[in-house]
Design a protein around this ligand. Structure first.
Ligand code: URA
Length: 424
């Protein structure tokens, strides 16, 4: 009997499991524009409610991988290992991490898409470096993995094309928040990328996709299983995202902060997470190195400079700076009790650092810098945050977004560990 989309939707709507054939038929048909958006949306909503069995999820992810090419990195003379973060405010970790792991001896093939959301993605941050290009010709890609050993670049249209269509539809149909749909979306792209090992940074808290830690743990375990089943050594760290990472959110601002980390300084939380992820990446890749010592030695900075140059960038060029900077001061004396990542991310986005539609340009200079972190003492009149923008008409909306973002009280908040668990 031939498969019909109505049968597929009904099966899932009524709580049944889809057959492998139905799943492959749907993914192939939707990628080829042979299934209508409204029908695909109905199926996605049924999946949000009903979930997927392990077998369904493996087949679904496999079909998404098979919708495009799977890269072959077997010719790279170093073990390959990549990192994926589920995303958070001020998350610039890929910038110091990729050259650090390359300097430790592994190769880092980081293919990225352009995300939506609070701040730009890694490619947007890198593009604030004068001359740097996210486009790398396929024949150069393997050479760059050999030397300098890390490539951050745009994924081609032929990498998991099913995900591109499905993600765009999920984004406009309130069907993003589903563990099987998120796990298959992320893992299909990472498995297709051809990496031998993968470390996931799965965030939870107010500034993350998953607010609750147990949901983040479930997502992490689901992704680790998918990776391992596809022959990719995979492990995840669960990390807190209530407070934004580092001291800045915004593209050029975050590049500047990453340079501080590569120079041996930078905010303690960015250094801690960079080193923790690098240690796990080296472990999975089978590379015997001490990332903390490599960072201190300056070797990661040397690799960064070669990475930037190899993609047309000038590592010595000044980064763009916002022409308009407004400050907000503390309204009372006391201790900063909270700095909410979601509010800060929203403010950075309103200043122009992120996009709400895929085709929108992001501003390199827009963003937020915060001068105090929870637990710090503040005096009335101290500058708490700076708002950076190229377009001053955006300032009032960003100020509004920060309404209620912090509290000044008399007691320091309880410290939450940044890295709170490992899965895999
Ligand atoms: N990132 C992705 O690539 N896919 C999702 O579904 C969510 C986050």
């Amino acid at each position: 009997m031939s498969t019909t989309i109505l049968d597929v939707i009904r099966t899932k709507r009524d709580g049944g499991a889809l057959s492998d054939e139905q799943i492959r038929w749907f993914i192939t048909g939707y990628t080829a524009h042979e299934v209508a958006d409204e029908q695909a949306a109905a199926l996605l909503m049924a999946i949000v409610w009903r979930g997927m069995t392990e077998r369904e999820l493996r087949t679904w992810t496999g079909a998404m991988i098979d919708s495009g090419i799977r890269m072959d990195l077997s010719g790279v003379p170093r073990p390959t290992v990549d990192k994926h973060s589920t995303g958070g405010v001020g998350d610039k970790i890929s910038l110091p991490l990729c050259p650090l792991v390359a300097a430790c001896g592994a190769a880092v093939p980081q293919l990225s898409g352009r995300g939506l959301g609070h701040t730009g993605g890694t490619l947007d941050k890198m593009e604030s470096i004068p001359g740097w290009s996210a486009t790398v010709a396929p024949d150069r890609y393997l050479d760059l993995l050999e030397d300098p050993g890390a490539v951050i670049c745009a994924a081609g249209d032929d990498l998991a094309p099913a995900d591109r269509r499905l993600y765009a539809l999920r984004d406009v149909t309130a069907t993003v928040e589903s563990i099987p749909l998120i796990a298959s979306s992320i893992m299909s792209k990472k498995i297709a990328e051809g990496t031998g090992a993968l470390v996931l940074d799965v965030k939870f808290g107010s500034g993350a996709f998953m607010v609750e830690r147990n949901r983040a743990a479930e997502l992490a375990a689901t992704m680790v299983e998918l990776g391992e089943a596809a022959g990719v050594r995979t492990a995840a760290l669960l990390t807190a995202m209530d407070i934004p990472l580092g001291n800045t959110a915004g593209n050029a601002l975050e590049v500047q902060e990453s340079l501080e980390v590569l120079s041996g300084g930078g905010p303690a939380d960015v250094v801690e997470l960079t080193v923790a992820l690098a240690e796990l990446m080296c472990e999975l890749a089978g590379v015997d190195a001490d990332p903390s010592a490599v960072l201190r030695s300056g070797a990661a900075m040397d690799t960064w400079r070669r990475m930037v140059r190899s993609q047309g960038g000038d590592p010595d060029a000044a980064l763009p700076v916002a022409p308009h900077v407004e400050t907000i001061a503390a309204e009372a004396d006391g201790v900063l009790g909270r700095l909410d990542a979601r509010h800060v991310g929203e403010a950075a986005w309103r200043l122009g650092a992120g996009r709400s539609r895929k085709e929108e340009a992001v501003s390199a200079v827009a963003g937020v810098r915060w001068h105090r972190r929870p637990g710090d003492r503040v005096s009335r009149g101290d500058v708490l945050v700076e708002l950076h923008t190229g377009d001053p008409t955006r300032l009032p909306a960003a100020v509004d977004a920060l309404e209620g973002a912090w509290e000044i009280g008399s007691e320091a908040p309880e410290r939450v560990p940044l890295v709170s668990g490992r899965i895999g």
